[in-house]
Design a protein around this ligand. Structure first.
Ligand code: NAD
Length: 417
């Protein structure tokens, strides 16, 4: 591809290079996969509590809709930019395709540090995102969801704003909503639980191992990371390290996850938690956490954390990518060479979008599924997908990409447009 082509998603190009020799792509197919279908760049004016108007840069990339309406989260983060949103939207397209969902892929982002906003400013910003994008959203068009620093309350404001503008009830316009406002049971833990189901399945299938007593280090202690720590610790794993943006904690005998989770949920950063049970825990940095010797490393924060620079020092046996794109393409190749088994993001964290799909179906048909029903369907769907792509000793990312790209191309060819 011409490097002067400013509309292309260059990271998509890097990731697709993985398929060289595995799945030959024609120039037209490469073009389709490396170019987003639709990009929206807009500013959101927000009246701050001071009375002044502040404008925030916002993006929505609807990457590929061959398989259905586009689907993907909205991230509120000061460092987000169009390149990252495009890459994440590309990965969402692969993820929905791999999981056999009737969706394409999208992603949204607002350049903001939400920790610096009051609750009312956050509400006005969230509503502004929907106003800026309407009428390009909709239950059969583009369906957002939460991502980093966005949550069920934000999804509720967004649904409400969409309904005010459209004049009709449209719960399926957005997923990850509060349970009382059209959310699905199980959506809060879905990303972590889906990842745990896949880890459990692959550990058994590949290594003939069970989860209990495995040592685990987790970077990121939000929706994905905290719930993963909680579920894995319940299943008998030893969580030896966790971190958030304030820093991390290490305890070789295992950290008291319930204590940390409780403090974190009441708003205390990990670095500020003091409790008797943490007496022998050691403070570590986010960089140190990644290099701890452990059975399973779970990046569950931001992208680009494992690069060609620190990849040679990774001592984990398995990496479960709950975050999106935490490993660069170059680092991924090196880890594979070094025998580190990587469970790629588009498989590992697909539980979130799978239960978002369940939420969308329930909203469209007026169903209310029980937690057991949701978990049972999630387990079946995640393990079926893992089973369909697993090949002994093969790079699982290559297998996952090959399947999802084939599905997208087949749907595009059938459409013919
Ligand atoms: P979240 O906002 O709930 O939590 C993010 C966590 O990352 C927080 O603990 C924060 O302190 C921490 N963090 C931020 N910057 C950090 C840094 N520089 N170093 C270490 N930690 C840092 O977000 P989330 O929903 O848990 O998302 C985390 C990752 O999982 C993202 O990559 C997201 O795209 C991915 N993901 C989330 C979902 C979902 O359903 N929430 C689904 C699929 C993928």
């Amino acid at each position: 591809m011409n490097s002067k082509d400013k509309t292309a998603c260059t990271h998509a190009e890097e990731y697709l290079a993985l398929l060289d020799g595995e799945l030959p792509l024609s120039p037209e197919e490469t073009f389709l996969l490396t170019h987003p279908a639709c990009v929206y760049i807009f500013t959101i004016p927000v009246r701050m509590d001071s009375g002044k108007i502040k404008r925030f840069n916002a993006y929505r990339v609807q990457y590929n809709d061959a398989l259905g309406p586009t689907k993907g989260g909205i991230r509120f983060h000061p460092d987000i930019d169009l390149e990252e949103v495009s890459t994440l939207a590309f990965l969402m397209s692969l993820k929905t395709s791999l999981s056999g969902l009737p969706f394409g892929g999208a992603k949204g982002g607002v350049e903001v540090d939400p920790k610096m906003l009051s609750i009312w400013e956050l509400e006005r910003l969230s509503r502004g995102f929907v106003r800026g994008l309407y009428p390009n959203l909709g239950p059969q068009k583009d369906i957002p969801a939460p991502d980093v620093y966005t949550n069920p309350q934000i999804m509720a404001w967004m649904r409400d704003e969409y309904e005010k503008l459209s004049g009709v009830s449209a719960p399926a316009v957005i997923t990850g909503k509060p349970l009382m406002f059209g959310g699905s049971r199980g959506r809060d833990v879905a990303t972590a639980l889906g990842g745990v189901y896949i880890l459990e399945y692959l550990l058994q299938r590949r290594n003939k191992l069970q989860l209990p007593h495995r040592t685990v280090a987790i970077q990121g202690f939000g929706n994905a990371g905290l719930n993963a720590a909680d579920i894995l610790s319940e299943k008998g794993c030893k969580i030896i390290a966790v971190s958030d943006s304030s820093g991390g904690l290490f305890e070789k005998e295992g950290l008291p996850i319930h204590v940390l989770a409780q403090a974190k949920k009441s708003g205390t950063a990990l670095a500020d938690i003091s409790h008797g049970s943490l007496r022998s825990a050691q403070k570590i940095s986010n960089e140190e956490l990644l290099e701890i010797p452990c059975d399973v490393l779970i990046p569950a924060a931001l992208g680009g954390q494992i690069t060609i620079e620190n990849a040679p020092r990774i001592k984990a046996q398995i990496i479960l990518e709950l975050a999106n794109a935490p490993i660069t393409a170059e680092a991924d190749a090196l880890l594979y060479k070094n025998g580190v088994y990587v469970i790629p993001d588009i498989l590992a964290n697909a539980g979130g979008v799978i239960v978002s799909y369940f939420e969308w179906v329930q909203n469209l048909y007026g169903y209310r599924w029980t937690t057991e029903e949701v978990f049972q369907k999630l387990k079946r769907q995640t393990t079926d997908v893992a089973d369909s792509i697993y090949v002994t000793d093969k790079n699982l990312r290559v297998c996952a990409y090959a399947k999802s790209v084939k599905n997208i191309l087949e749907a595009s060819h059938i459409r013919g447009g």
